[in-house]
Design a protein around this ligand. Sequence first.
Ligand code: HEC
Ligand code: HEC
Length: 273
Amino acid sequence: MRGATRARPGRVAVVWITALSPAIAQAQFAPRPLSRFDRQKAEWLLRRRLPCLGCHRLDGAGGVIGPDLSDVADRRTPAFIYRMVSEPQAALPGSSMPKIAMPDEWRALVVSYLAERKGRGAAAVDPPSVAAPGRLDAVSDGAALYQRVCAACHGSEGRGDGPNAANLTTRPTAHADSAYLSTRPDDTLFDGIFAGGYILNRSHLMPGWGETLSRNQLWGLVRYLRALCRCTGPAWSRDGAGGAGGAGGAAGADEGAEDAVAEGDVRRARSSR
Ligand code: HEC
Ligand code: HEC
C-alpha cells in the first residue's frame, strides 16, 4: 500500500528520498507556510466542500465521531496527519475514517493548515498502527458494516437519528423511510455511498466510501438499505440492471438523468479501481 510504514530517515536523507520517491515523500510530509489566502481556502475546503466536519469538530462546529481537529497539531506530527488524510486505513487499520478523494494540492493545503494550528505546547505523539475492532475490509456483512461506519449519523435503525446527527447542518437521510427510498434507484444509492454527497449535489457532510470499501461491500450496503426500508427502487430502474442483487450495477447507470453530471465522475472512479 502507498505510504505504508517505513523507517524514518534523518533530515538530510529526506531531501534525497523526496526527490526519488513520491511514496516516501508522503510519509515524510513537511507542512508549507501558508498565506492568508491559503488559510481561507483551507477553511473553505474543510467547512464547505470536504466531509471532514461531518465527523470532526473545528473551532466548535462539526461532528464528534473523530477527534477535534482544532488542536490536532498538539497531538500529532504533520507526517502522521498527512498519512491519516492520505491513507487512513494504512495509518490506523480498522478506523472508521474513509479515504476522501481530492487533488493532492488540496490535501497538502488542508494538512498544512491543520499542522500550523499549534500552540498549546503538548509534544506530538503518533499513535501505534493498531485498531481494536479489526480491519474494515474484513467486514463482508452489510448490516455489520452499516452499524460500524454509517449508524453514528444515520441511526442504528436507519431513521436519520444517529448520535452524531444533531451536530450536522443537514439531516442524514432516513434509510428506513420507504416512501423516499422507493424513489431512489439502487445505482443512485450506490453512487451516493461511493462518491459522497458533494459531487451528487447533496450535503458535503456525507462522506464517500469508494476509496475505502470494495464494490462488494458497497453493494452489501445498498442491499442493507433495502432491508431497512423494506422497499425496492422504482420499477424502471430494476429492469435488467445488476443492482443490489448482483455483482453488476453499471447497467442501469445511464438512466439516472438527475445525476448525469456526477455519474461521469463516479464511473471514471469505478473503472480506475
Ligand atoms: C466518517 C468519519 C470521518 C470523516 C469523514 C473524516 N474522518 Fe478523520 N478521523 C475519523 C476518526 C474516527 C478518527 C480517529 C481515528 C480512529 O480511531 O479511527 C479520525 C482521525 C483523524 C485524524 C487524526 C486525529 C488524531 O488526533 O489522531 C486526522 C488528522 C483526521 N482524521 C483528519 C480528517 C480530515 C482532514 C478529514 C477530511 C478530509 C477527515 N478526517 C474525515 C473519522 C472521520
Ligand atoms: C458524518 C455523517 C455521515 C456518515 C458517517 C454517513 N452518512 Fe450518509 N449521509 C449523511 C448526510 C448528512 C446525508 C444527507 C445528504 C443530503 O441529503 O444532502 C447522507 C446521505 C446519504 C445517502 C443519500 C440518500 C439519497 O438521498 O439518495 C446515502 C445512500 C447514504 N448517506 C448512505 C450512507 C452509508 C451507507 C454510510 C456508511 C457507509 C453513510 N451514509 C455514512 C451523513 C453521513
